[in-house]
Design a protein around this ligand. Structure first.
Ligand code: GNR
Ligand code: NI
Length: 167
């Protein structure tokens, strides 16, 4: 197992559209293990492979407070959504920024597990928000994209400045 480095906005690699997984092999199992380790270490409630510069459609999620609900989804697809909900979001790739985003309240997601078996999952609340946030990452999208241009500009400047100071 290994910790992987998380890319930070405005890194252009976060804008990559991930491609579907076709081989359910040991390399995939290792990727998923590393993603859990990296997510728990951060700590965060979700992580998309995009964030560690692996452009394959894989996400991990655990919205519990005691690491008791790990979920991994390979090639996740929203098959149904309903309602609307606003929640304050953060992102490990946009550190220190927390803003309200409107998303679907209830979702049904279809995905495969690490051995390639298909399953469906119904989610609402924080889990539904988190899964939508992670699927966005796989499409090269960040939660800040939903904010006004003014806010997006301020956030970009703040993070660019922090990254200049960090080197
Ligand atoms: O740790 C995270 N918390 C969070 C809070 C509200 C909405 C979404 C999230 S996901 C985030 C981890 C992350 O960046 N995943 O991509
Ligand atoms: Ni994120």
């Amino acid at each position: 197992m290994a910790l992987r480095q998380i890319l930070h906005h405005p890194d252009p690699r976060l804008r990559t559209r991930a491609t579907p997984v076709t081989r359910f092999d040991d390399e995939l199992a290792v990727l998923i293990e590393d993603m859990f380790e990296t997510m728990y270490d951060a700590p965060g409630i979700g992580l998309a492979a995009t964030q560690i510069n692996v452009h394959r459609r894989v996400i991990v999620v655990d919205v519990s407070t005691d690491r008791s609900a790990p979920l991994h989804l390979v090639n996740p697809e929203l098959v149904e959504t309903s309602g609307e909900e606003e929640m304050e979001e953060g992102c490990l790739s946009v550190p220190g920024i927390f803003e309200t985003v409107r998303r679907a309240e209830c979702i049904r997601v279809r995905a495969r597990n690490r051995t390639g078996q298909t399953f469906e999952l119904d989610a609402d609340g924080l889990l539904a928000v988190c899964i939508q946030h992670e699927i966005d990452h796989l499409d090269g999208k960040l939660f800040v994209d939903y904010l006004s241009q003014l806010k997006q500009g301020r956030i970009r400047k703040k993070l660019e400045k922090e990254q200049r100071l960090a080197v």
